[in-house]
Design a protein around this ligand. Structure first.
Ligand code: HEM
Length: 170
């Protein structure tokens, strides 16, 4: 992974530390990817955002779906699945909407539900360190399935890791 010491783009969106996007010296490589991304949904989409880099709306939806597919099918994630309301249809949609804004695309979650305030929204649930680790296992397995570029995957992993740790509340 390239050093983060050079210029970065800061995306101020979540209620935690801003999501730090890719170092500038990765941009030339990634610009090629961006140019391949569909331009059909560029409204309110930040340039060079992770949202664009993972394939815009369809790529973001694929990630959200892969995450909950993994939660539903991986036997090691039963404890995590157990605290989610089932069926998972609503949370699949909500998570996609959240990711859309958080990754620099349209702020779909915010438009519907107001500011994410994600930590507060998790307070009704007991988020232990173990749950956090299961959540990350789930996300890492999902990313392996739908994110092709290893550098982007690694960058996303760091961002999710930071966010997941912030959710621990007991
Ligand atoms: C650290 C471990 C985590 C656990 C155990 C956890 C668990 C949960 C649970 C049980 C819900 C409620 C689902 C339902 O309505 O049935 C939820 C909602 C949600 N989670 Fe998580 N979560 C975790 C981390 C994260 C992270 C890191 C993100 C984002 C990157 C995230 C995004 C969301 C969103 C957007 C919702 C919907 C919130 C709402 O509308 O109230 N969660 N989570």
């Amino acid at each position: 992974m390239a050093s983060l010491s050079t210029q970065v783009i800061i995306l101020e969106y979540s209620d935690i530390k801003p999501l730090t996007l890719l170092p500038i010296n990765m941009f030339s490589k990634l610009k090629r990817i961006i140019s391949m991304v569909t331009k059909s949904n560029n409204h309110n989409v930040q340039e060079n955002s992770l949202y664009q880099l993972i394939g815009g709306e369809s790529g973001t939806r694929n990630l959200a779906e892969a995450f909950y597919d993994e939660m539903e099918t991986n036997i090691h994630l039963q404890e995590l699945l157990a605290i989610h309301k089932q069926p998972l249809d609503n949370i699949r949609q909500k998570f996609f909407e959240f990711l859309s804004g958080w990754l620099g695309g349209p702020r779909l979650f915010e438009q519907k539900y107001g500011h994410p305030q994600l930590r507060a929204r998790h307070m009704p649930f007991q988020v232990t360190k173990k749950q956090r680790d299961l959540w990350m296992l789930c996300m890492n397995n999902a990313m392996k399935k739908v994110i092709d570029d290893k550098e982007i995957e690694q960058h996303l992993r760091q961002a999710f890791d930071q966010m997941a740790s912030h959710m621990v509340n007991c």
